[in-house]
Design a protein around this ligand. Structure first.
Ligand SMILES: [Mg+2]
Length: 367
């Protein structure tokens, strides 16, 4: 496994309203390693500056983020080895994983961006490769598989194009079962559909349109209507305009106290205040599939983002299954294992299918 050497504060929750700034990770339930100095600065600064600082801190290529990561690495010299010891590669620990799976039924949960597809500048172009699609298709033949994503359902379905999967879009606020039946899900679960925040739909649409209008004058802004979440991508916005962008977003948001703002990888996301996240979606799916109290079920969740931590945490707290974090760098995480990038995720999926095929063959030859 390649050496992990820095910790990047990749995603933080932005204090909103900014005049009452709080610690960046406090509202989001995440536990990312944000260097203490940065935290203090955010707490004290408030206002629009607090937002911009936070946007910089979450930008892995930004000098501030790099300096913070270097400071963290220096302060945690033994960090790399202890992190790898705590979150070993899922590929290198494959035998251990299959031992854990013995006699159990794996249920697979996969994030999309950064897990099955590479992170790209234009979110509309985050395509998954045919090879990855084939790997996911194969996995779904052997294990019930759900895609859990921040993207809206329509968009992620267009990217993935596999009708036999379950999908939990908009951070789990929009859940639907397979269009065509699978051998894991017969008629009982086929019509699964769940939208815990449907009353927010008109409001999000209104905010999306208002933001589209307000941010029109800022070059490089990419707005995305994820149905239950309006996303403002600033990956291609000149850093000099970040403050203007934050100001515009704030001016729209002040009229919507029922919505909250969070931040992902170079994206500001506006979503309902209800307590619903990928962890809740995971619990909902396990329950509605009749797996809630079934100790023979082994949920495996693979994801790369702070939002996936909610799901990792649920698995850890249930003492059932485990999370795999996709990251090149050590990060505070509730996942048990790690994979460095989507290509390793693909290798892992292949190995899982190969192992399952072989163990099924052995089982049949004994019968
Ligand atoms: Mg992701």
């Amino acid at each position: 496994m390649t050496k992990h050497n820095v910790v990047l504060p990749e995603a933080v929750a932005i204090p909103y309203p900014p005049s009452r700034a709080t610690a960046p990770a406090a509202g989001g339930g995440g536990s990312y390693a944000i260097p203490r100095k940065l935290l203090t600065k955010l707490e004290l600064s408030g206002g629009i500056n607090g937002w911009v600082e936070s946007m910089k801190a979450s930008s892995p290529t930004h000098s501030k983020a790099a300096a913070a990561a270097a400071a963290y690495a220096a302060a945690h010299d033994d960090n790399n080895n202890s992190w790898i010891a705590k979150h070993p590669s899922a590929l290198e620990s494959f035998d251990e994983i299959t031992r854990l799976s013995k006699g159990k039924r794996i249920v697979m949960f996969l994030d999309y961006d950064g897990t099955l597809s590479p992170i790209v500048d234009d979110p509309d172009l985050a395509f998954m490769s045919d090879a990855m699609r084939a790997a996911v298709r194969n996995v779904a033949r052997y294990f019930l598989t759900t895609i859990v994503t921040g993207r809206c359902l329509d968009k992620v379905c267009k990217f993935v194009r596999l009708a036999e999967l379950y999908y939990a879009g908009s951070h789990g606020m929009d859940i639907k079962g397979p269009v065509k039946g699978t051998r894991h899900a017969k008629s009982k679960t086929k019509a699964l559909l769940f939208q815990p925040a449907s009353e927010f739909l008109p409001m999000i649409d209104e905010v999306y349109k208002a933001l589209l209008e307000k941010t029109r004058s800022i070059p490089g802004v990419k707005m995305e209507n994820n149905k239950f979440c309006a996303s403002v991508h600033f990956r291609c916005v000149d850093e000099k305009r970040w403050s203007a962008l934050a100001e515009q977003v704030r001016s729209v948001l002040k009229d919507y106290p029922m919505l909250r703002l969070t931040q992902g990888r170079k994206v500001l996301e506006i979503r309902p205040t209800i307590k619903w996240d990928k962890g809740k979606a995971l619990e909902f799916l396990l329950e509605s599939l009749g797996f809630a109290d079934n100790k023979e079920i082994l949920p495996v969740y693979i994801g790369d983002d702070r939002t996936d931590e909610d799901a990792f945490k649920v698995l850890r707290e249930r003492g059932q299954g485990f999370g795999i974090l996709v990251s090149k760098y050590p990060k505070e995480t509730n996942a048990s294992y790690s994979l460095q990038e989507p290509s390793e995720v693909m290798d892992f999926l292949h190995r899982l299918v190969e192992w399952k095929r072989n163990s099924d063959l052995k089982h049949h030859s004994r019968v």
